[in-house]
Write a protein that binds this ligand. Structure first.
Ligand SMILES: [Fe+2]
Length: 469
């Protein structure tokens, strides 16, 4: 039995976990993925909660952002928390959205006195709404601001003092940020004294040129494991979770990775500051979001700086230039992550188009698409709508028009609403059904035979179907 380590649930393992209940202590859920359908999600959550300590992890709270907090989202989260009562619900000390535009990434905030007051106020609001403390996670950072009054860990300690929030310490993120931004890991470890840590994240990272990128796609490295041991010496034994989002391993491999942490945890002292009451101080009155946005101009510059190379120079005066990862390179990492997120998202939604185009071509077109239209992408889901017509207009695809048609059909398929849609009838000049069943089928030309298709609900409105009429 793995007593102190848990895993973060991924769709690929869900069935096996529900059926076989592998022996580990806790299960972290990316709860944002389940918020749309309360009853089926709750059935799954409840059966997991019988066997595991449950924690919820979120990406959408936007705690460091300047936009108003998303109250409908938070109220929805509360329903899940009330039902399951997870031992921790966490999100990141960062912002992911600005003026309604998502960054597809976790962007660092400035660690200043002013930001401390503003963010403590937001945390207070969230905790009051959820009626429970939330956990704040340190992120992987690729740039640092010139304006800074304290370190990230000191900022977290102050937040803890002001709001009684919990901390989720990601050891891999500590190492990645320290390496990229010339932070001294011994000083980081010293800073951890007095930090009350409720949960630890462990994950793999990758090297990219001369920096490290947090990608959650490999084994935890030896240097992160070594740092883990040193972190436990300071904070004591803390329930730890393995995160693995890319190149998903088998469940057995994942559990082996969790098992590898156990020896560190078993030999650690019990958790420090377990029962210490946080001293809650009165936060100052909230600052209006418009005012804070004007006071954080660099936050507003971030998205165009990431995606539009001509705009990049505008953010440089706000960033430290000469770290190991120079500020231009740091912004490029956010750009890389932005594209990778877009590719991940679109390759899932346009699975058949992806297979027909092949990985490299698909990545190329997504990159071009994002570069040409990024201003219209307010959120990840807005990416999909313009993609088929973008492909249709591409010069390179004029001789293979079925690729854009296939993407259009996939868009209809993804958005067909069983309850209200009457379905779609359309005509195409190629054998769509063969391509639909085997997307790697090679098509050499539109054969000119006109075929009629129907895409829409089946008779019982139970599932979407596509047929040649
Ligand atoms: Fe993490």
């Amino acid at each position: 039995m793995i007593e102190h380590t848990g895993i973060s649930l991924r769709e690929e393992h869900k069935q096996a976990i529900l059926e076989n209940a592998p022996m580990c202590s806790s299960m972290e859920l990316l709860v944002d993925n389940y918020l749309e359908s309360f009853s089926p999600s709750m059935d799954m959550f409840s059966s997991l909660a019988c066997k595991y300590e449950m924690s919820f992890h979120c990406l959408e709270m936007n705690l460091g952002g300047c936009d108003d907090l998303a109250l409908p989202y938070l109220k929805n989260l509360k329903k899940y928390c009330d039902e399951i009562d997870p031992y921790l619900i966490s999100d990141h000390l960062s912002f992911c959205r600005m003026s309604g535009h998502e960054h597809f990434d976790l962007v660092p905030i400035k660690y200043t006195e002013r930001e401390l007051i503003r963010i403590a106020e937001r945390i207070d609001q969230v905790q009051n709404l959820l009626k429970r403390p939330i956990g704040l996670e340190n992120i992987s950072r690729y740039v640092a601001y010139n304006e800074q009054d304290m370190s990230e860990i000191q900022f977290l300690k102050n937040l803890q003092r002001m709001t009684s929030c919990e901390v989720l310490l990601d050891v891999n993120n500590l190492l990645v940020s320290a390496f990229n931004l010339d932070e001294d890991l011994d000083l980081v470890l010293e800073d951890l004294n007095g930090l009350r840590v409720k949960q630890i994240h462990m994950a793999g990272h990758t090297s990219y040129h001369d920096c490290k990128i947090d990608h959650h796609g490999s084994m935890v490295s030896l240097e992160v494991l070594t740092l883990f041991g040193k972190v436990l010496d300071v904070v004591g034994r803390v329930p730890s979770i393995i995160e693995w989002d890319q190149n998903i391993p088998t469940l057995e491999e994942l559990l082996n990775a969790a098992q590898a942490l156990e020896s560190y945890l078993i030999s650690a002292e019990p958790r420090k500051l377990e029962n210490e009451e946080a001293i809650k101080i009165q936060s100052k009155p909230p600052l209006m979001s418009e005012e804070t946005a004007t006071n954080n101009p660099e936050y507003s510059l971030f998205k165009s700086a990431i995606v539009n190379s001509k705009e990049r120079a505008k953010i440089y005066p706000y960033l430290k230039p000469e770290l190991r990862l120079k500020h231009e390179k740091g912004i490029e990492i956010y750009f890389r992550n932005y594209i990778m997120t877009a590719v991940d998202n679109l390759s899932t939604l346009f699975e058949r188009t992806y297979l027909q185009l092949g990985k490299e071509n698909f990545q190329y077109f997504v990159r071009e698409y994002v570069l040409s239209q990024y201003e219209s992408f307010t959120e990840l889901k807005s990416l999909e709508h313009g993609f088929p017509s973008f492909l249709e207009q591409r010069e390179e695809l004029q001789s293979t028009p079925w690729i854009a048609f296939l993407a259009s059909v996939e868009l209809l398929w993804n958005n067909c609403d069983l309850s209200s849609s009457e379905g779609y009838c359309f005509e195409l000049g190629f054998d769509l059904m063969s391509l639909w069943k085997n997307p790697e089928t090679e098509i050499s030309e539109i054969d000119g035979l006109h075929r009629q298709f129907y895409l829409g609900p089946d008779e019982n409105r139970e599932q979407v179907m596509i047929v040649e009429k």
